[in-house]
Write a protein that binds this ligand. Structure first.
Ligand SMILES: C[S@@+](CC[C@H](N)C(=O)[O-])C[C@H]1O[C@@H](n2cnc3c(N)ncnc32)[C@H](O)[C@@H]1O
Length: 184
């Protein structure tokens, strides 16, 4: 990761009291504007049922258009992701990466759901960028995407969310986003 991207990120206990785990730049340097992490999880359209999966689940990310991404790596959320990922497999090709559900993700960027919220003394250093994966994205690279659609729908592009550095970020710094950004 250090060789390819120029930095490493990892999960560690947050510097915020009582905030659990956070995400840190552990090595190297992240330049402003770089993609620093991805938000993994099952993608639900606004009309799809998520009630059970959302109970006591702080990992549900809401996109601007109401699409939801469940980035919880435990319990029913984990089972749903694995099930959808197995369903979507095309012959030898996996259409998504399930290793973010483990302690050591194959795609080391897929830990963005653990980024904590900013506060007065910890301003945001990353922001969320939502995008739809284009049709021409190579099928053999989809195995590294940590997102899967809840419903099988080959017409719809895959929604992904990445975290982008708002400024240069150095090794040792924790990542903070703003959970409540309002986009006008
Ligand atoms: C999406 S999770 C982030 C990962 C979480 N820290 C964990 O260990 O699972 C969101 C939860 O993290 C905690 N959290 C995030 N930002 C926080 C902050 N600024 N202060 C205290 N707790 C925070 C809250 O418990 C919140 O419900």
């Amino acid at each position: 990761m250090l060789q390819t991207l120029g930095f490493c990120i990892d999960r560690k206990p947050s510097t915020l009291p009582f905030a659990g785990t956070g995400v840190f730049v552990t090595r190297g340097f992240v330049p402003k504007g770089a993609t620093v992490a991805m938000y993994p999880g099952t993608v639900y359209q606004a009309y799809e049922p998520i009630l059970l999966q959302s109970i006591r689940n702080p990992f549900v990310f809401r996109c601007i258009d109401g699409v939801l991404i469940d980035g919880n790596d435990k319990g029913i959320s984990k089972m749903v992701f694995r099930s959808c990922s197995g369903r979507d497999r095309m012959g030898p090709f996996m259409m998504s990466d399930t290793s973010w559900l483990t302690e050591s993700p194959q795609n080391p960027l897929a830990v963005g759901q653990y980024v904590n919220n900013c506060s007065n003394d910890r301003p945001a250093n990353v922001c969320y960028q939502e995008y739809d994966v284009p049709d021409k994205f190579p099928i053999e690279l989809r195995q590294y995407l940590p997102n899967v659609n809840y419903s099988l729908d080959t017409q719809r592009p895959m929604r992904c969310v990445v975290l982008v550095a708002l400024r240069d970020i150095r090794a040792g710094e924790e990542l903070f986003s703003n959970y409540y950004t309002i986009v006008h």
